[in-house]
Unconditional design. Structure first.
Length: 260
């Protein structure tokens, strides 16, 4: 069995009288690609927001390499090695492609106020190293030629890829992708599947993703968890999930007898 990198224990998130996520228990092994799926409103992005520290859970735990990180601030979680993208692309307007990636590198070039303000040698060295690393990432994903183009001028699929590269710039061990195939055409979705496998292999990553595009989910994931109204209704390998009656009912609104 692979080492468990990320897990949750009875993770619950309530908003007033609404329980968005209830007793979520997941376990993700090193270098696995795991999917979190379910109908709209199932609680998937809420789960991501709790795991990455954007929400404080009502109860339960988030564990990273068996260390309790429940309720830690987002920047602390990023520093530990967990990076994420968002459902809606969040590139920085007015910055070029390289500058967007450098934002993700800021953890590695953090310096004291005077060092940064005066551009002392130590700061200049870290900044130069960060820029070289950012360019190497862009080269690996085929975006180096666009390094000095405004980020928001890129085609949609490349903007999605750039957001992933910016997350990679934090040097994570776990990458959370929130609907990476959203808005992509069939060819872009196919390219994304290959890209996700490359990320896992080339960067030694563990990947946890939310996705509605079933071809992508079934094509890249080793294991799936299915949420419906915040409750886990199934988990298993893609083939098992495709045949699960509860999953079929949640997506299609039919019961075991095929009734609407």
């Amino acid at each position: 069995m692979p080492e468990t990198i990320l897990s949750t224990q009875n993770l619950t998130m309530r908003f007033g009288g609404l329980t968005a996520v209830s007793d979520l228990n997941i376990s993700i092994g090193k270098n696995e690609i795991v999917g979190l799926i379910g109908p709209n409103g199932a609680g998937k992005t809420t789960a991501f927001n709790v795991i990455t520290g954007m929400y404080q859970p009502s109860s339960g735990k988030v564990l990273y390499r068996d260390q309790d990180i429940t309720g830690s601030k987002p920047h602390v979680i990023t520093q530990k090695g967990i990076a994420r993208t968002f459902q809606n692309i969040r590139l920085f307007h007015g910055l070029d492609v390289l500058e967007n990636v450098l934002v993700g590198c800021n953890l590695s070039i953090a310096s004291g106020f005077f060092s940064a303000t005066l551009h002392l040698p130590g700061y200049r060295k870290r900044a130069a190293d960060a820029e070289a690393y950012a360019m190497s990432l862009l080269e690996k994903v085929g975006l180096a030629d666009a390094a000095h183009k405004e980020a928001t001028s890129l085609p949609y699929g490349q903007q999605r890829r750039l957001e992933i590269v910016r997350a990679l710039a934090t040097r994570p061990t776990v990458l959370l992708l929130d609907e990476p195939a959203a808005g992509m055409n069939p060819q872009e979705s196919l390219d994304l599947m290959n890209f996700i496998h490359r990320l896992r292999d080339e960067f030694d990553l563990t990947i946890f993703l939310i996705e509605h595009h079933m071809q992508v989910v079934m094509g890249v994931c080793d294991h799936l968890y299915v949420l419906d109204y915040g409750v886990t209704i199934a988990h298993g390998d893609p083939a098992t999930i495709q045949r699960d009656p509860k999953v079929i009912e949640a997506y299609l609104g039919v019961d075991d007898a095929g009734n609407k």
